[in-house]
Design a protein around this ligand. Structure first.
Ligand SMILES: Nc1ncnc2c1ncn2[C@@H]1O[C@H](COP(=O)(O)OP(=O)(O)OP(=O)(O)O)[C@@H](O)[C@H]1O
Ligand SMILES: [Mg+2]
Length: 452
């Protein structure tokens, strides 16, 4: 008799489900990512009805008091402090400093008298204590629990009744009652579900550490990002000391702000003035490098947009993009080809941002286009000049937001010329910098490159 199989196969990278095992995920393209999962038997207990509709006018709201950690770079990113009962996911590459950041935040909160439970499902209590000593995070109200098993975690939380819980990491905690293996989609989803319910019922704020895959997406089902209140991503090149914290989702604040830190011997040190950190040391202009004042929430950070255009030796020209939006770059290069009649088909084109800062705002388009043409023609850009502007498909330079702040910061850091969209001219009052308004990409190229 043919055995009836009830299991399903889920992709451990993106959560795609299939009734049979697949070598390659049709959704995210990951190889060998399918894991067999047996669905939980259906509960037979009758459903209990716990809530009924209420008039919005009759619902009493409590004004929540955000818990401030005192680490300004962190507090600003999460919207001014930790909201009680919130579930926060911190994602980052291996070794970027997730445990370091959360342990020091936990230490700070514990020092203020909050009961903090740090659950380490990756490291022993000894390792965590040694790190806490190095970070100066030792405090009477900081409790450690080193386990991977959900029953011990639930028990620990029950006994302690903490105000803050840190789970390091959500992918390594494991519930033996679930039929699937640790790290599988249903384990991650069910365990995160427990933390969500607990946070909402008790008012305890919970941090979950999440791993990210090679492609930079949070490992585990997309649903993890949906159920949490805040998704923080911790970025930086492991070889450099600089780390950037940003919120990619926030139910209690803006997602525009970033926090900048430096990874040092005694932990993460805040860098309140980060405007010039991502700039090259020398102000000498070189072909292919254009300075762009990027707006990250309330601050302006000047960053070098770099491009290298070299003849291609293979049939298909290579395009490589780091730190910028690939689709946006394709659009800008298409506009260059069509409107300026440069042929990029015979060239490999590489784009990069200085210092590893990620720049995704459209205002960077003009700097991208100019760096590309500057490298193609091997002509350096104008000295001490910044470029700002969004490029439309027609080749027109469109106005961008927050131009006065960008110009002010560029001027403060010693830049004395700025190419800006014509439509922004009325916003600029700054006299300390020479403004070149442009309406078309062609004009910008003529203004900006030395002997184009
Ligand atoms: N003694 C030290 N001095 C300076 N920096 C250190 C020291 N020890 C560790 N680090 C830094 O801390 C980083 C590791 O931090 P941490 O363990 O918090 O990262 P993580 O994101 O939690 O990594 P994982 O994903 O492996 O858990 C190292 O890559 C290193 O840069
Ligand atoms: Mg860690």
């Amino acid at each position: 008799m043919k055995k009836e199989t009830k299991s399903i196969f889920s992709c451990s990278e993106c959560g795609y489900q299939s009734v049979r095992w697949l070598g390659r995920c049709p959704d995210c393209g990951g190889w060998n990512t399918f894991i067999e999962e047996v669905p939980r038997s259906k509960k037979t207990a009758p459903l209990s009805i716990t809530s009924s509709p209420e008039k919005i006018t009759e619902i009493k709201t409590e004004k929540f008091l955000r818990a401030q950690t005192g680490v300004n770079e962190f507090d600003r990113v999460i919207g001014g402090g930790i909201v009680p009962g919130s579930l926060i996911l911190l994602a980052g590459e291996p070794g970027v400093g997730k445990s370091t950041l959360l342990l020091s935040i936990g230490g700070r909160l514990a020092a203020e008298g909050k009961k903090v439970l740090y659950i380490s499902a990756e490291e022993s209590k000894n390792q965590v204590k040694m790190r806490a000593e190095r970070l100066g995070a030792i405090s009477e109200s900081l409790y450690l629990l080193s386990t991977t098993e959900m029953p011990s975690i639930k028990n620990g939380i029950d006994i302690l009744k903490p105000e803050i819980v840190i789970v390091d990491s959500i992918q390594t905690v494991f519930d033996p009652e679930l039929p699937s293996i640790p790290g599988s989609v249903s384990q991650v989803r069910e365990n995160a579900g427990f933390f969500l319910t607990y946070a909402k019922d008790s008012g305890c704020s919970i941090f979950l550490v999440g791993h990210i895959t090679k492609e930079g997406i949070i490992a585990g089902p997309k649903v993890l990002e949906h159920i949490v209140d805040v998704v923080l991503s911790f970025e930086g090149e492991i070889k450099s000391d600089l780390r950037v914290l940003r919120a990619t989702k926030n139910r209690f604040g803006s997602t525009m702000e970033i926090g900048v830190f430096s990874m040092e011997e005694n932990g993460l040190v805040e860098i309140p003035d980060a405007s010039a950190l991502f700039l090259p040391e020398s102000k000498k202009t070189l072909p292919g490098a254009v300075i762009f004042p990027s707006q990250e929430g309330s601050r302006t950070i000047l960053v070098e947009i770099q491009c290298l255009v070299t003849p291609t030796y293979y049939g298909v020209p290579k395009r490589s993009v780091t730190g910028l939006d690939y689709n946006r770059i394709s659009m800008v290069t298409a506009v260059i080809e069509k409107k300026l009649r440069y042929n990029l088909n015979a060239y490999d084109v590489y784009f990069n941002t200085g210092g590893g800062l990620k720049v995704f705002e459209p205002a960077v388009d003009l700097a991208v286009a100019l760096s590309c043409i500057s490298s193609l023609k091997d002509k350096p850009p104008l000295e001490q000049c910044v470029a700002i502007g969004e490029i439309a498909l027609t080749g027109e330079i469109r106005p961008v937001s927050q131009i006065p702040q960008r110009i002010k910061e560029a001027s403060r850091l010693g830049y004395n010329k700025a190419i800006v969209p014509e439509g922004n001219i009325k916003d600029i009052k700054d006299q300390s910098i020479q403004i070149y308004p442009v309406r078309w990409l062609k004009e910008a190229v003529e203004n900006f490159l030395v002997n184009p």
